[in-house]
Design a protein around this ligand. Structure first.
Ligand SMILES: Cc1cc2nc3c(=O)[nH]c(=O)nc-3n(C[C@H](O)[C@H](O)[C@H](O)COP(=O)(O)OP(=O)(O)OC[C@H]3O[C@@H](n4cnc5c(N)ncnc54)[C@H](O)[C@@H]3O)c2cc1C
Length: 309
């Protein structure tokens, strides 16, 4: 539903949090690109989020974003309401080896907290630039572990404003997919740390940091792996062998350091990035007959002046 300017705000319930029209999302996005949110809502706290969701029209599009490290926002922006959780959702506690963390806590923050309590199992989250909510939704993982290995339970709010608690076993986790409906906003989660890890948690984190630094262009504007790894083979290897390393469209290029990463190294637009990724996928398909599946989530619409889909 796209309504005339100013009208959507008038139709929204009187929340305590922040409502902002035409909010710039590009400045928050790791790629630094993308059009605005028709309306951005930053709920004051859980009650405010529940109140908002309980009092909106059923057909109003709602999109939730975390740290925007795995999304490509197209240049025409996102219709409806984009929700970004406030710092109220950034609380974290630990008791008896169980972590209770808000959805907007950073993955690295949780990993650091675990290290400070000498609890193992969460080291792989160090350097993952997403929020806990985004990481659960994506079943993020690396270096042999995934969120689904350590998550105990989550709290979320449904599209109609009902608070729900789901255990790990209620979810249908697969590779980079949690099976969680786009209608559920994750607000909190519980994780277990390993109390007597028979290795140094600190040392393992140090090793992970070193590996990431060596293998990935982590200081560039990027959203990490563009495509999922097909069964049995790394996407970067196919991209490399298809001759796409260093390929460029406009201000976007395929990273020399890790060729499943696309970087914005010269004022790229969202179209540059998407078109480059599509070109890479076509090249891989032509060369190996393998269809690459997007890992990055594409959101929003192209600018109406664009005619390439
Ligand atoms: C340099 C770099 C390295 C990376 N390395 C890895 C890696 O090793 N492994 C890996 O798996 N990923 C990696 N990523 C990708 C990314 O960091 C993860 O997917 C991360 O978990 C996404 O979290 P986010 O908060 O940024 O989510 P966003 O990008 O904001 O959103 C991703 C998806 O989650 C949804 N979402 C976000 N928050 C919520 C919420 N609270 N409730 C419900 N849905 C929500 C969004 O709607 C969207 O569909 C990397 C990215 C970068 C930039």
């Amino acid at each position: 539903m796209k309504v005339a300017e100013g009208m959507l705000l008038d139709k929204l319930p009187p929340v305590r949090g922040r409502l902002q029209e035409k909010a710039n999302l590009a400045i928050k996005s790791r790629w630094g690109v993308g059009g605005p949110a028709e309306v951005l809502f930053v709920p004051e706290d859980l009650d405010d989020l529940v109140f908002f969701l309980s009092n909106i029209d059923d057909d109003l599009p709602i999109t939730v974003l975390g740290f925007m490290s795995n999304v490509l926002i197209r240049s025409g922006g996102i219709d409806g309401v984009v929700i970004i959780l406030s710092n109220w959702f950034r609380k974290a506690f630990v008791e008896d080896g169980i972590f209770e963390v808000g959805a907007i806590v950073g993955c690295s923050e949780l990993s650091t907290m675990a290290m400070n309590h000498e609890l193992g199992g969460l080291e792989f989250l160090m350097g993952l630039p997403g929020s806990i909510g985004g990481a659960i939704k994506m079943n993020a993982g690396c270096y042999g572990s995934e969120i689904s290995d350590v998550l105990l339970e989550l709290e979320g709010v449904s599209r109609s404003g009902k608070i729900r608690w789901l255990k790990n076993s209620d979810l249908d986790f697969r590779y980079r997919n949690s099976g969680i409906s786009n209608d559920l906003i994750i607000t909190r989660a519980w994780f277990r740390g390993i109390r007597h890890a028979d290795y140094s948690v600190h040392k393992k984190i140090h090793e992970i940091n070193k590996k990431r630094e060596e293998a990935q262009p982590i200081h560039k504007k990027t959203c990490g792996s563009t495509f999922k790894n097909p069964e049995g083979i790394a996407a970067w290897e196919l991209i490399h062998k298809a001759g796409c390393r260093g390929m460029r469209i406009g201000g976007a290029s395929v990273s020399d350091k890790h060729c499943n990463f696309i970087i914005n190294d010269n004022n790229a637009t969202a179209d540059d990035i998407e078109n480059l990724a599509l070109k890479v996928a076509n090249k891989v398909h032509e060369t190996f007959g393998v269809v690459l599946e997007w890992e990055v989530v594409r959101l929003g619409k192209k600018r109406s002046s664009d005619n390439n889909g």
